[in-house]
Design a protein around this ligand. Sequence first.
Ligand code: COA
Length: 171
Amino acid sequence: MTFEIRPMKLADVVTVTLVDAIAGILVPWGPSAYAGELQKSSSWCWVAETIADAPLEYIPPFSAPMETIRYAVGDRALIGSLTLWDLAGEGEIANISVHPRYWRQGVGRALMLTALAQARQHNLKKVMLEVRASNEPAKSLYASLGFVEDGRRPGYYSNGEDAILMSKVES
Ligand SMILES: CC(C)(COP(=O)(O)OP(=O)(O)OC[C@H]1O[C@@H](n2cnc3c(N)ncnc32)[C@H](O)[C@@H]1OP(=O)(O)O)[C@@H](O)C(=O)NCCC(=O)NCCS
């Protein structure tokens, strides 16, 4: 599977929202939240895109009216995204998700490496994130990139789970 990482466009926001929901993000942002991010100079959003190797259907897993997205074989298919914030000189990974069909093929790592390169370019010395305590795939992705656990927020998520705080300091 070959894919590319490119900046998110307004035309992507509905699919990005669907991929977040399908990937199991607990409180997925809506399309308008992503559209808002695209307007901010302190926010960078990327998507991962590949050529669909089999038909792909993104059916909204929630009740809000939203179109089903269909990709035929050979279409360019949006399969993941990441949003990075510049919070007064420090980076925060606000969101990352990859469509489950494409897990464990290097897409999440490529999105993270893009964000870390942007953080370096903008002189963000520290990059932070929050992750559910039980989210082993995400925790091990972050650890493999040099993030270390530096805090915990008990009961932070709507399902009662703790948030683990992780950060990476650029040397
Ligand atoms: C977390 C997530 C983005 C990872 O995306 P991905 O494209 O599957 O990740 P990659 O293939 O780039 O994996 C990179 C590394 O992460 C770790 N990793 C990823 N999935 C893993 C799993 N299921 N179990 C253990 N480690 C895992 C491994 O270290 C892996 O490297 P390796 O494959 O060389 O061993 C993806 O699982 C996802 O979208 N999860 C749902 C949404 C989510 O939890 N977002 C994070 C919120 S904080």
